[in-house]
Design a protein around this ligand. Structure first.
Ligand code: HEM
Length: 244
């Protein structure tokens, strides 16, 4: 077992886990962008019968690749940590690159929880309703609310994805040279931003209607603007706090 592990880690295995992690991540986030930038605007222009058919045949398949690639990304992400001995020895979290990957992982895990706990849970109802209506059954009155709940979480994931990817890539290629002395402030502020945004997309702060706090979820353009702003905020804070 030990020999196999050594062959794996020294024989390029660790490198290909990293490769697999990025491959699965591309699939996950690629489908997230497909849903948000292509499917939702297209469905809004379709008449009900065609939309139900597309939910049944297209969205259900896309969601399958989406949720399982999300799981594969997380598993291989943790495998990278394991192979770099980062699960047993947490000293890395005290370095600037450690702060970067830690915040990236927390954003990624929150996105993962949204995929399985919010988006998939609600889309199951939407798909079942589309199939039932196609078969001549009566529409489920809860389907529209489920659709809205998953849309808010999905657009929030678009918003999280910009800084998440900055941290993933920045860990080995950019943030390593920063100073980690004030990392406590960075951890605290970053976490606070993450929690507030997550609670907001769950409707805990401003409900699920079209109000001020939900502006960022009203169109994919608003979500892209918000994602860019969040990217700049996380980066600017890193520059200010981690470079004394
Ligand atoms: C959700 C849980 C996730 C975990 C636990 C995780 C974990 C990791 C770890 C440990 C690294 C290596 C950092 C380093 O030492 O350089 C990494 C890098 C990376 N991750 Fe993730 N990750 C997650 C999500 C994602 C997602 C959603 C993407 C989307 C594309 C992604 C893309 C990347 C990329 C591009 C790298 C950089 C590889 C490199 O520069 O060599 N990760 N991730």
């Amino acid at each position: 077992m030990e020999l196999a592990l050594e062959l794996f880690t020294k024989g390029g295995g660790a490198f290909f886990v990293r490769w697999g992690h990025v491959l699965a991540g591309i699939m996950w986030i690629g489908l997230l962008y497909y849903f948000n930038f292509v499917q939702v605007p297209a469905f809004a222009e379709m008449e009900a019968g065609a939309r139900n058919n597309a939910v049944d045949k297209v969205a259900s398949r896309a969601l399958q690749w989406f949720r399982w690639s999300a799981l594969a990304t997380v598993i291989m992400g943790f495998l990278i940590l394991y192979l770099q001995d980062q699960l047993t020895d947490m000293k890395w979290a005290k370095q600037a690159s450690g702060v970067s990957i830690m915040i990236g992982i927390l954003l990624g895990l929150t996105m993962f929880a949204n995929v399985w706990g919010v988006i998939w849970r609600n889309q199951k109802v939407v798909i079942a309703n589309a199939r039932n209506v196609q078969a001549g059954g009566t529409a489920n009155p809860d389907a529209a609310a489920c659709s809205r709940t998953s849309l808010m979480a999905s657009r929030q994931n678009v918003i999280f994805s910009f800084p998440m990817l900055m941290f993933m890539i920045g860990t080995s290629h950019f943030f390593g040279s920063f100073d980690a002395q004030n990392r406590g402030y960075y951890y605290g502020i970053s976490l606070l931003i993450l929690i507030v945004l997550e609670l907001n997309c769950l409707g805990v702060i401003g409900g699920k209607g079209q109000n001020f706090t939900n502006w960022m979820y009203e169109s994919h353009k608003n979500a892209i603007i918000s994602a860019s702003v969040l990217l700049v905020i996380y980066y600017a804070l890193f520059e200010c706090i981690m470079k004394p």
